[in-house]
Design a protein around this ligand. Sequence first.
Ligand code: NDP
Length: 296
Amino acid sequence: MTAEIIDGKAFAAGLRAQVGEEVAALKARHGLKPGLAVVLVGEDPASQVYVRNKARQTVEVGMASFEHRLDVATPQAELLALVERLNRDPEVHGILVQLPLPDQIDTAKVLDAIDPAKDVDGFHVINAGLLATGQKAMVPCTPLGCYMLLKERIGDLSGLEAVVVGRSNIVGKPMAQLLLQANCTVTVAHSRTRDLPGVCRRADILVAAVGRPEMVRGDWVKPGATVIDVGINRIPAPERGEGKHRLVGDVAFEEAREVAGAITPVPGGVGPMTIACLLANTVTAACRAHGVDEPK
Ligand code: NDP
């Protein structure tokens, strides 16, 4: 039997619709309009696409979108001054600085300058610490999206073996924290892990966040496991014409779907969840800022 395909695109559309309803209710009941500020430094083509999509979807759910596009040569002090202004702006409830930043800017310094209460990306050390200690945090959007897909598909995750391949601060580590909080037995694997295939084969829940096209093979997957593929890799696709590319995940999808119980496709799996969770986090931030009940 082939695996159930987890339709992240449909789930994300549902989540956006729900956020839209919450925004309408906040306006009607409290006169509150959540606002998201997105800052882009430079003209990285992928970042420009992300920022455009974020702004469009923010407006679509009825929130205020504030876009700040800065020149690639912007000095760090100028970016920090903008972040400070946004921290003080009462119409801005969420601040997102699009990564990667140009070389002259210290990314950690900028992320740490964002008010943790407005840190809708969840990258501030305060939010990482709150998450790690099981307190109310802003949770990074991509792992939050993965977690929602897992809850939707599995329900109670208690006692399940979860393996997260990748230990980045933005995906792997927060993903592991969320699974731990959900009472999974969590293994975090990385480039120094011995016998990675064997470790992966233990997993009831396998999350791949590596950035290596189709690295996780079908025979690394435990029969019936739920596989969440975070990877977004652009590879050459000469079969589509000269110079053409296609997107693949970190999991060899065709092989894995023969073994897994459920799997996210790339594209159309985790990807669409990220922006939907960003919008949800912005509503949460707005509610917390105004002492209003947060959406469940
Ligand atoms: P990073 O490059 O920051 O981290 C990659 C992790 O994978 C590291 O922990 C690294 O280990 C580990 N790794 C690399 N090679 C191997 C290997 N051969 N075996 C085992 N582990 C390995 O990546 P990110 O976490 O930022 O992103 C991961 C993937 O997710 C990328 O494809 C990215 O494009 C995608 N992504 C998708 C998003 C979405 O919206 N869907 C959002 C963010 C990312 P070590 O620490 O030892 O170096």
